[in-house]
Write a protein that binds this ligand. Sequence first.
Ligand code: HEM
Length: 284
Amino acid sequence: MPSIVPAHAVTTPASMRAGRGVGHDKASRFLRTTGAVWLGVALFGQLLLAAYVVGFYGRTALAGRFEEWGKVLPKAPSADEPFLAGVLVLHLAFAAVILVGGALQLLPPLRRHWPGFHRVVGRIYLAAAVILSVGGLVLVWVRGTVGDLSQHLGITVNALLILGCAAMAWRHARARRIDAHRRWALRLFLVVSGVWFFRVGLMAWIVANGGPAGFDPRTFTGPTLTTLSFAQSLLPLLVLEGFLRAQAGGTAAKVAMGAFLLAATGATLLGIGAATMIMWWPRL
Ligand code: HEM
């Protein structure tokens, strides 16, 4: 019996049958690879921040030397403010949890082969996201922190975006709408990474400018810091939208996005190296 599938459909790639050609396949691979490379570098950089949180805050807490926190956090609550001190301890503990949890959630083999594990870590991740953003808001608006009002508004936008994206990722996962869940989980990961983007972005900026530029390091205020406070959440979200559109788009969009991600990987590496050498390593 003759096959009902035309011969060319068996021997040509799907993209050619769709009238797109081999260049489109290569562009798709390029975009996938550059996206994975950027993510790998970012997750590595976040594990370095987690190592710092455990190695500095965890180590000094276990030794009962909480006074050392004051050298890093100028507005750290004192022992006679037990509620705020508790919020800060919880904040730092869950910071380590969420940084490691993000890496676990985004590793494709874990997601594919251990869906039960993905669900358990997912619940912990969502709880950590809520605890960090609500606790962070308490620290900013009740206790007060470094920076000016514009920066406090910027980090508040970050906290609200975390809560919104967490709710959406949770809703779609419950309803088994996996594609929508994936998109909201990626947005959640990026806004949760906002404070990491802030640190890495600021250190890359300082190294690129050969010193503090556009802000006063003594008062920790200035246009650079105001911009970064909002950009830490909004810029990564914008880039993600570009990436998702490029994934569904044509060859030129994929190549342009892939090239952008390569440049972003370079800048991210610069920021991670600078943050590690200037902020994290010396305190360990
Ligand atoms: C969701 C992910 C978050 C992570 C991983 C995280 C991580 C951290 C870390 C590591 C510190 C210690 C500072 C350092 O040594 O660099 C810190 C402190 C702090 N965080 Fe967060 N944070 C997150 C979210 C937030 C949010 C959303 C807010 C505000 C709404 C916030 C507000 C604060 C404040 C006020 C401090 C204390 C700074 C001071 O003493 O002045 N954090 N956080």
